[in-house]
Design a protein around this ligand. Structure first.
Ligand code: TEU
Ligand code: CA
Length: 572
């Protein structure tokens, strides 16, 4: 791939904001749009090109905005459309574009469409959603759901509606009814919503669980549930029969008419599936968020994501290398360590102890940002924010946590409470949702009121004020990485080669890979351990010059704890 082949969507570094936790401006303890606007200068200093806003639309917040009741209005707690226009204007003044979160696999049950649909079977909005008769009734007359699907946030993916005596499908909470994408009217409604925001100058869409929108019309039982599994049935709806037809229609009718970056959130996709969504010749999406590297520390024999065992580096190397190699030249990767659904990167993949947090966070940043793809930075990742531990489950907010607690601790009693608290602290979504840490002042400068979710107590040592003032902080390291990405086309165009054998990566301690261009290469070396190691690399010849490192000097073949460094090497 030569420099002239670089496509616009391959250039930006994108920063994700979870608005509820970013910056409160009116003292109600909840982040809001004016708060984000006040922090645009901070993001400009970091150097990011685009900001992905998790949903800001009107919502009852059953799933913190991922349950939308009006796609053309701003959530009451976040402000108004005028506040949004102000944010867009200030972002534009700082050369920062805005990406919206398009959540159209489902709406809120408080959306007008669903209120109408549930009012009667022949309402014109009835077929905007997925309704099914009961499969039968048990002997006390309780209706039985059409199949055995489990929801991500509730025991069943089907909710009985007394008024019209049918079930409706909800892959997530019962307040998030799935839209019926087989209905052309639904698709046109979505395209109109997209145009509304694109015409306001929005330059990107992150599309929530977009690979779930086409379900198998037979709604077959989930064999894993039949075999006694208790994982959600998302995978039963993933990559369904008409999903590509719908995305190609969306591209034809909307996306192709605008300058817009698109990333689909696609649980349960293989690299083969991903190429169908992102292939340069597919006219669907430009990239996807795949989840395979987010699963390297899950426990399929146990409770899936609810686990507190550490990952194995060889698994991470194998997964990330597969995605680099399989999409190379044909599709495009997103690159991310965390988001609003995942635990904090430095706690999960690095070492968040005071001794090693800064070094390991910088090493992780090097490891990810020198790969081929679009890098995403999640709010607070640039500060090395860490996971949180709350003493009791009531201190958490996330409905996914409370659903799992009810299922595993209260009902089945399969997991003891103290073990589940450890699982939640290791992998719960609220790790990412504690308020952004701006300073060592009360509530970390996030709010003058009572924060909607408890703070991570480490904000006194880990905060933006301290980081911006310290030239050696993780913040300034990310700033330099972003500058390098803007000035080093090889980071975009170079081929990727894992320096182990990608099928059977041997080195359990060091992740090293090579990015190769026409006349130079980048040698990336990362020590994922707190031990001093010795490694030799044949690529290190006299032409090698150190491009960036998380240590002030270079011990060459001696790799110090969590050392991450990159050499530029001439190929001539
Ligand atoms: O997440 C989709 C998804 O797969 C989640 O279930 C995620 O994998 C899980 O929470 C990890 O533990 C998207 C949004 O990112 C998430 O915040 C929403 O809750 C969900 O869809 C429903 O909109
Ligand atoms: Ca507020």
């Amino acid at each position: 791939m030569s420099n002239s082949d670089i496509m616009k969507f391959q250039e930006p570094v994108i920063y994700q904001i979870y608005p509820r936790s970013f910056q409160d401006s009116n003292g109600d303890g909840i982040g809001d749009l004016p708060g984000i606007t006040s922090r645009i200068p901070y993001l400009a200093q970091l150097g990011v090109d685009m900001v992905w806003l998790s949903p800001v639309y009107k919502s009852p917040n059953d799933d913190n905005g991922y349950d939308i009741s009006d796609y053309r209005q701003i959530m009451d707690e976040f402000g108004t459309l005028a506040d949004f226009d102000e944010l867009m204007a200030v972002a534009q003044e700082n050369d920062i574009k805005i990406m919206m979160d398009l959540v159209v696999n489902h709406t809120s049950d408080e959306h007008e469409w669903f209120q109408q649909a549930r009012s009667s079977r022949d309402n014109k909005f009835r077929d905007y959603y997925i309704w099914k008769d009961a499969a039968g009734y048990d002997n006390d007359g309780t209706p039985l759901p059409p199949n055995n699907w489990i929801s991500a946030f509730a025991p069943s993916a089907w909710e009985w509606d007394e008024g019209t005596e049918q079930f409706y499908l909800h892959l997530f909470s019962k307040k998030q009814p799935d839209l019926n994408w087989d209905n052309p009217a639904v698709r046109q409604e979505v395209y109109d919503i997209m145009r509304f925001w694109l015409d306001k100058g929005v330059a990107g869409f992150r599309m929530d669980v977009i690979n779930l929108i086409s379900k198998d019309p037979a709604y077959p039982n989930d064999p894993e549930v039949e075999a006694g599994g208790h994982e959600s049935a998302l995978w039963m709806a993933a990559n369904g029969p008409r999903v590509h037809e719908y995305l190609q229609e969306m591209n034809r009718e909307v996306l192709s008419k605008y300058d817009v970056v698109t990333v689909g959130e696609t649980p349960d996709v293989s690299t083969e599936d991903a190429l169908k969504y992102t292939g340069f010749d597919r006219d669907e999406l430009q990239m996807v968020f795949q989840f395979e590297h987010m699963g390297v520390d899950s426990n399929p024999e146990g409770f899936g994501k609810w686990n507190d065992e550490k990952f194995k580096l060889v698994d991470l190397k194998r997964v990330l290398s597969k995605w680099q190699n399989d999409l190379a030249g044909k599709g495009w990767n997103s690159l991310y360590w965390n988001n609003h659904d995942q635990p904090r990167a430095v706690s999960r993949f690095g070492n968040d102890s005071p001794a090693w947090r800064v070094l390991s966070a910088k090493m992780l940043a090097i490891n990810l940002h020198f790969m081929q793809g679009t890098p995403y930075i999640y709010q607070g990742e640039e500060l090395g924010m860490t996971n949180v531990f709350f003493e009791q489950v009531e201190d958490y907010d996330d409905l996914e946590i409370h659903n799992a607690w009810r299922e595993y601790v209260e009902e089945s009693k399969l997991i003891p409470p103290e073990k589940m608290l450890s699982f939640i602290s290791a992998s719960g979504r609220d790790n990412a949702r504690t308020p952004m840490q701006w300073s060592a002042e009360e509530n970390a400068g996030f709010t003058t009121g009572k924060p909607w979710l408890g703070l991570n107590p480490r904000y006194k040592e880990i905060n933006a004020e301290q980081a911006v003032a310290d030239e050696n902080s993780i913040f300034h390291f990310y700033r330099r990485l972003i500058e390098l990405r803007h000035s080093t086309p090889l980071m975009i165009t170079g081929t990727y080669e894992l320096l182990d054998n990608a099928e059977n990566p041997l080195d359990e301690e060091v992740y090293a890979y090579l990015r190769t261009g026409d006349d130079e290469s980048l040698l990336v070396i990362c020590n994922f351990t707190d031990r001093q190691l010795t490694r030799t690399f044949e690529q290190l010849d006299d032409s090698a010059e150190l491009l960036i490192s998380n240590y002030p000097d270079d011990a060459v073949e001696t790799l110090r704890p969590y050392e991450g460094k990159v050499y530029r090497i001439s190929n001539r």
